[in-house]
Design a protein around this ligand. Sequence first.
Ligand code: CMP
Length: 138
Amino acid sequence: MTERTFSIIKPDGVRRNLIGRIVGRFEEEGLKVVAAQMKRLGRYEAEGFYAIHKERPFFGELVESVTSGPVLLMVLEGENAILKNREIMGATNPADAAEGTIRKLYSQSIGENTVHGSDAPETAATEIAWFFAQSLVG
Ligand code: CMP
């Protein structure tokens, strides 16, 4: 099933010049970039995006980190795009990420884990619509 998912290359990835390698990896694995925008997120935009985590002890650190520099926001399309993107990223905590995944290869800590990706169809739809036109949800 062709589906769409939402991806962020976070400030730590942009800062370390990893955009090309990460986007290249998505493309090699059959995911197509159908929308993209590079920007620095504002505090409210980041807090709203991560609202589901607002009671977590790491929320402040998470918002600080994702607003610390520009990010690349993307909509990715492909066969089973949501699961495929999660497999390419690896576990949230780089210490638990499988060999060859983006987070295993490039991430330094759970707070600076280089990429974000939607975890389910409902979150993909909400996350795409948070940053892009509703029509891009697909
Ligand atoms: P992400 O996939 O963007 O979704 C929520 C983010 O919160 C997650 O990646 C991590 O970067 C961050 N996060 C999750 N757990 C922790 C934690 N224990 N400490 C710091 N950051 C965390």
